[in-house]
Design a protein around this ligand. Structure first.
Ligand SMILES: [Fe+2]
Length: 285
């Protein structure tokens, strides 16, 4: 990353936030609920002159925001989409999120874009490629980016290392930060039969900017990361262990399908806050 790039800190983002969803716009604007911060799906706000963008400016007056996207396709072998990056940079400069994240995967190839988060083989060649791409992004945006671990449903026979070694190599060599999705760790651990705690304990604690929690669906043959349900009990357990390991980092509830009323989302966020606080208190005794 270039020397004049800005390193964001987590100082303005504390506690358990929520993903900002269209369905809750009016309620949030009118009632201004006591939510410490919102994460926005930045890809949905890139068009200028839209009512959604206007709404975002209003929300920004009362709540700290973070950006979360799927469109960067950091793992693709095609050049970065600079039209996309330009729009993202403009939005970032206007809204000034505390940080900006995307996923450790690829979402486009041969000019086609998918919103599926397609995993990568864990090889030295791919590490080199991703580090180069993240450096390009960080240099262009002038700040550290935050990269999120994804859930997966297949493994590549060409992989030369574990997923946690892959993440450590990439984050340390690119000096980026990590968005640790605890639900994704659990889903992948069940699909690929590894110990979720081994993964958790190998994470670079000092680089973790944020934790994600979400709900999955059990499809019988595999778990699917649907973001359509409450956080499951085993993921709450793993979350408690994550706080024990990672300490006091911001936490966010993601719920993107079958979206419930805002009050139900706040309940889920309150539960995360309670577990987080209990674990932090235990650790200070
Ligand atoms: Fe996530």
């Amino acid at each position: 990353m270039s020397e004049n790039a800005q390193n964001y800190t987590t100082n303005s983002i504390k506690g358990c936030g929520l993903g900002l969803r269209l369905e809750h716009f009016d309620e949030i604007e009118q009632q201004q609920p006591d939510i410490p911060w919102f994460e926005i799906l930045s890809d949905n706000y890139l068009l200028e002159g839209t009512s959604q963008r206007d709404y975002l400016y209003k929300i920004r007056e009362n709540y700290p925001l973070t950006f979360h996207g799927v469109g960067m396709s950091i793992g693709s072998t095609e050049p970065l989409n600079m039209d996309f990056m330009k729009s993202l940079k403009k939005l970032k400069d206007e809204v000034q999120p505390m940080w900006l994240s995307d996923h450790l995967c690829w979402t486009s190839a041969h000019g086609m874009v998918t919103h599926d988060l397609i995993p990568l083989p864990y090889t030295v060649e791919v590490v080199d490629h991703i580090v180069d791409r993240i450096n390009q992004v960080q240099d262009y945006l002038g700040q550290q980016m935050v990269i999120e671990n994804v859930s997966s449903y297949l493994q590549f026979k060409d992989s030369e290392m574990s997923e946690w070694e892959f993440i450590n190599e990439i984050t340390s060599r690119s000096d980026c930060r990590l968005l640790l999705d605890v639900n994704n760790i659990y889903v992948s651990s069940q699909n690929h039969l590894f110990e979720a705690e081994d993964y958790l304990k190998a994470m670079p604690v000092e680089r973790i900017a944020e934790i994600h929690l979400a709900g999955y669906e059990d499809k019988g043959t595999h778990l699917l990361d649907t973001h359509s349900r409450p956080v499951s009990d085993p993921v709450w357990d793993l979350f408690s262990k994550a706080i024990d390991h990672v300490g006091d980092v911001p936490v966010l509830i993601e719920w993107d399908n079958d979206i419930p009323p805002l009050a139900r989302l706040i309940e889920e966020s309150d539960k995360a806050q309670l577990i987080r606080q209990q674990q932090l208190t235990r650790n200070t005794r």
